[in-house]
Ligand binder design. Structure first.
Ligand code: 9MG
Length: 271
């Protein structure tokens, strides 16, 4: 798949490093220190083997509150501008706001990662006009409430139908089929059983004909199964990354790049 001037071969799984630019991420020394810490972290993730750096200024954790457009731009833009000049990785913008998509792509981002699958007003048309690849993710509800007793009759079929419908809407809006990536949205309005069914169901999602991205790193499914705190979830994250690659995931989104590169490489080779 082509991301700006870079061709990425998604027939072998690739790693997306997470760069959250939210106040709780790099906040101890003020805005400039936070930006420098974020940039140093991104450079480290690229050295460790990340093909993508996913920059996000609005938390999507369960219970998270939305941020204003200006606050999101103030958080992500200085980082994207600097990253575009310094790192070789593909810069991804994690946003659902068309204005942020536009500013980020103008500054050098070449992937839009939207957990709302381009459902915000004008998001489809903006992404089509920007002509970069998009990742369309499934979420039931919204971050503030999504873990309040989610229910599905058949989670794999419902997520596959949603992603198929959003991909079709994207293509109708003018996004190239070769620019579509889909993501089941692990943890976004799903119980442990739903997440497990989706992990086993990744081959059914891949049948849509688009590369599948997964984000399982440090998610609450690991805490629910093991009691591990967020900081203790690397082993569980690696197990899930390996299983996802075994089931056909093309891109793995992670906080822990070096360890995930190794787990994914081994899982892919064994597969
Ligand atoms: C922003 N974000 C948080 N979790 C995510 C996931 O699982 N997938 C994608 N595409 N984005 C995510």
């Amino acid at each position: 798949m082509r991301f700006g001037s870079r061709d990425v071969d998604l027939t072998t799984p690739k790693i997306m490093g997470i760069l959250n630019v939210t106040p709780d991420s790099f906040s101890d020394g003020g805005r400039y220190a936070a930006r420098d810490a974020a940039l140093a972290h991104a450079e480290r993730m690229v050295q460790d083997g990340a093909t993508f750096i996913d920059v996000g200024g609005e938390s999507t954790r369960p219970g998270a509150q939305p941020v204003t457009l200006q606050e999101e731009l103030d958080r992500v833009m200085p980082v994207i501008e600097k990253l575009a000049a310094t790192v070789s990785a593909v810069i991804s913008i994690d946003t659902s706001k068309p204005q942020v998509m536009r500013a980020a792509v103008a500054a050098g981002a070449s992937l839009i990662n939207d957990v709302y699958a381009l459902q915000a007003p004008h998001a489809l048309a903006t992404a089509a006009e920007l002509a970069v690849p998009v990742c369309l993710m499934h979420m039931r509800g919204e971050p503030r409430t999504m873990q309040h007793d989610p229910h599905y009759d058949d989670v794999v079929r419902e997520v596959r139908d949603f992603l198929g419908a959003r991909a079709a809407a994207a293509i109708r809006a003018g996004i190239a089929p070769a620019h579509v990536i889909v993501d089941p949205g692990f943890g976004f309005g799903k119980t442990v059983a739903h997440n497990a069914a989706l992990l086993r169901g990744l081959p059914a999602l891949a049948e849509l004909g688009f590369p599948v991205l997964v984000g399982l790193s440090r998610k609450s499914i690991i805490g629910a199964l093991t009691g591990a705190s967020v900081q203790e979830r690397l082993p569980g994250s690696l197990a899930l990354a390996a299983l996802a690659v075994w089931e056909g995931a093309a891109i793995v989104r992670t906080h822990d790049v070096a360890a995930t590169v190794q787990a994914v490489r081994v899982a892919h080779a064994m597969r």
